[in-house]
Structure formats: C-alpha cells, structure tokens
Design a binder for this molecule. Structure first.
Ligand SMILES: [Mn+2]
Length: 319
C-alpha cells in the first residue's frame, strides 16, 4: 500500500537532517532523482546529504558534489530521515543501507516492479517511467521548481526512458519533460552526454562485447559477457559497460538479451532486457535480483561460465 505524497511531505517537514540515497552503481535516474530531491529539500531549509556510490562523470553536469556525504562518514551517521530513491530493496542502497537502518524516519520512493516496500513510508509506482518522474510529481506539489531541480529531473527521466524510447514513456512523461524544458536547462547537452558520446575505452568495450555475442534458442536469446581481464584490455572499467545490453537487445528476432560482466573476482553482474510477452524481472528474481518487467538484473557469485549455466537453465524453461 502506498502512502500519500502529503504524508511523506509531512514526515520530511518534521525532520532537519535528511539523507538521500539511490541504488548501487548509480545510473542517470538514481543520480537525477537523488539530486533533485536534495536541491528541493535544501530550498526548504533542510540539512541534506546525498549518499551514492561513485558514478560516471557524464552525470557531473546535474550534480553538486558538496552535497555528497564522503563514504568514510557513513559510520555513525544517524539522520532524522532517509529517503531511498530508485531502489527496489534496501540492500540495493549498498553501504548506505547501514545509514538507512539508523534513520529515525524511513522513506522509499521507487518505480521498480520488484519493490519490497521496505520503509515505514512507501510510494511505489511501477508504471512510472523513472524514479525521477515520481519525484517530479512529488516536488511540484510542495516546492517551486528551478533550473537545477529541473535539469536533474529531466536527466533522470531521459536516462531511464533511453531518450523517451522505452514503452514506459507515457503521455505524462512527455508532459513532465515538456514542463521541465521550460526552465533554462541544456536538454541537448544532457542528451548528447548520455546517449551520443562515449570514451574510447567504452567504444572498445562495446566492440569486444559485440564480437563475443552469441545467439541461443533459435535466435531468441542473445548473450555476451566480459571478464575483468577483457575490460582491462580495453583500458576501461566496469562503469563503462552500461551500453552493452541495450544495444544487443536490438538484434532482429531477439526476445531476451543477457549481458554478464565480472564486477569483481567471482562476482558476476547480469543484466537482462526483453520484448513484450516476457518478464526478465522474474528471471532476475530467480537469482535474488529484480528490476522491471523489461529490464532487470542480478548478481551471481562464481565464474562467468557458472553464472551463464545457471541462467541458461532458467531460459530453457521459457523456450
Ligand atoms: Mn530508475
């Protein structure tokens, strides 16, 4: 059951020190939603701290780094409230989960279908394109938006819809984006940074992943994977593998796309995408992960080969 925006705003009103956190390996939606919320609460006179893992430099344009709580200061930090954004479960907050536990008031605002309603106050809408879209709906009721808030929200919505392309893009999404564009934000610069530019190492990583791609189950499943060694051969890092899965899913006739990479030794991160009629959230949940019906992920411990074998066994039930 969802709480109302009014209830959540009431709780925040009665708090002074507020922590805001998003999921591990923060993407554009997590970063955008967290900073938009942070800017708005700061405007309301709150002491605000954003707790996020290191994220890609392309998000710097919507970020005020001075709001980030340094990782060393997580221990012993007990805020009045913790607002978790874009996180389907509290474990997805990573190291910030300990701070979440210590917060007097716990709030969860999210759009993942697999959300576990882990806070005292929850607002989950799996039909929303992004956490940023929900934060937009929330904020416009209580604060006057400005350029900084608008840029962060626009970036979050843009990112999670892959530039208004995913089926989660609703007429409301477009209305929200249109209103956010009435602020003097550089929408084109955000688009280019997110979707039309990459480091040379990222290009090499994409090339390696594409080169290794294989089709299974009568060409309905596409699979590729990258080891730590392969990522380092490209002089890149695991923060640059984001683009792989969205690209391979576009191959003709493919129903499910699977991309695995070695985040650390024996720690395999799997990302899944699918077309209508399939549910990769369920697939990810077989391995303790989650996400959305058409985009989900999980972590599997072992080698890439072992992880793929486990996933393959699940896929066999579908094809
Ligand atoms: Mn999201």
């Amino acid at each position: 059951m969802n709480d109302t925006f009014e209830q959540i705003q009431q709780v925040l009103q009665n708090c002074d020190t507020i922590a805001i956190g998003g999921h591990q390996s923060p993407d554009g939606d997590a970063v955008g939603a967290c900073f938009a919320m942070a800017y708005a609460l700061k405007k309301q006179g709150k002491r605000v701290f954003v707790l996020l893992e290191e994220f890609a430099p392309k998000y710097d344009m919507i970020v005020k780094k001075e709001l980030l709580l340094p990782f060393e200061e997580y221990t012993g930090f007990a805020p009045d409230a913790f607002v978790a954004l874009d996180s389907g479960e509290k474990q997805r907050l990573g190291a910030a989960e300990a701070v979440f536990e210590k917060a007097r008031q716990k709030i969860n605002i999210d759009h993942h279908a697999s959300n576990t309603y882990f806070a005292a106050y929850n607002y989950v809408d799996s039909n929303a394109s992004s956490a940023s879209e929900i934060v937009y709906r929330f904020l416009r009721e209580f604060v006057s938006l400005d350029k900084e808030i608008a840029a962060a929200l626009y970036a979050g919505i843009l990112y999670d819809t892959a530039g208004f392309r995913h089926s989660s893009t609703s007429p409301f999404t477009m209305t929200a984006a249109a209103e956010l564009m009435t602020y003097p934000i550089d929408a084109n610069k955000i688009y280019t940074a997110f979707f039309d530019s990459r480091s040379f190492s990222e290009l090499k990583i994409l090339a390696k992943a594409f080169d290794k791609a294989q089709l299974y189950f009568d060409k309905a499943v596409i699979y590729t994977a990258l080891s730590l060694e392969e990522i380092s051969q490209c002089h890149g890092s695991s923060k640059e593998v984001d683009g792989v899965v969205n690209f391979i899913k576009g191959v003709e006739n493919v129903k499910i796309a699977c991309f695995l990479y070695e985040k650390a030794e024996n720690e395999i991160k799997a990302s899944f995408r699918c077309t209508d009629g399939f549910d990769v959230c369920k697939l990810a949940q077989c391995f303790g992960g989650g996400g959305h019906v058409k985009a989900a992920g999980c972590t599997i411990y072992g080698s890439i080969k072992q992880a793929w074998e486990k996933i393959y066994q699940q896929l066999e039930k579908l094809f």
